[in-house]
Design a protein around this ligand. Sequence first.
Ligand code: KG4
Ligand code: ZN
Length: 340
Amino acid sequence: GSGPLILGIESSCDETGIGIVRGHTLLANEVASSVEEHIRFGGVVPEVASRAHLEALVPTLERACAGADIDLAELDGIAVTAGPGLMGALVVGLAGAKALAYALDKPLYGVNHLAGHVAVDLLDHGSLPDPCVALLVSGGHTSLLLVEDVATKITEIGSTIDDAAGEAYDKVARVLGLPYPGGPHIDRAATGDRRFIRFPRGLTAPKDLVRHRFDFSFSGLKTAVARWVEARERDGEPVPVADVAASFQEAVCDVLSAKAMDACQAYGSQDLLIGGGVAANSRLRALLAERAAALGIRLRTPRPILCTDNGAMIAALGSEIVSRGGRPSSLDIGAHSSLP
Ligand code: KG4
Ligand code: ZN
């Protein structure tokens, strides 16, 4: 491959990721996850995540360099997630990136994590069409983006007003007695009747569509599932986990896919890119494929390992920025936990 040789560092949540790309070619993607350390707390604990990043950063960097068979002196730049994410987690990656940039005398690029989830698709499917709508669904975010230029012009057209989609999966899994992180467990458990219970579809009523056409809400759904399960248990009845999981999953995926299709039509996009951990969900993929095919919309999904948080996505975005002659960040750039 050709193009700039970029090292990417990601540390916004519980994954320490180091990626190396040359243009659109992936050379290395090493991820160290602290998810195991958060399991007993049922969710990511920021302080635990920060410490884990600190311990994992250098070994992960060493593995990536060995795997890519490059010398750091050859780099054209270092890209790092500047936000959004957990403040204490972001600063570890940023400090590492600054140290490397300073020691190696290379330009530093502080980038947006969400834009990275979009840019990573370049490594699998090449240049993005303009416009392109992206649906990002993970434990930390649920957004619909209009991508006009991956390096310079991404607009958020909708997002969740409460819980992220993955967060809803994780909370409902707990209600159903399934382990954390709950998404993959619910996906596997959802073998029952998708129409067993009609759970609420947040922000889809005509009055909600006026102001929240492309926004999401999952907290009412989560509460509805919890109430339903509690009522069953109070009556001493067994909980039909396969049916409840399937019905919950249908409510989430129905809304995500309907709004994504609506966004593509509203913005004249023939392509829908999906990313984030929940993009691995089997029902979401099936529903999107069905609805996209009916509307002549092409789906672009990076391979699963690139959908979850990783360093390659940050390197891919850095490479696009460098290719367009983007300006490097100053070495005193800060972390922005709620970067838009
Ligand atoms: O992108 P990711 O690895 O990390 C961030 O949150 O940024 O996403 C993790 C989320 C978790 O909430 C997890 O439960 C969910 O993605 N997830 C899934 C599936 N695999 C992972 N949710 C539904 N179905 C899945 N197959
Ligand atoms: Zn993410």
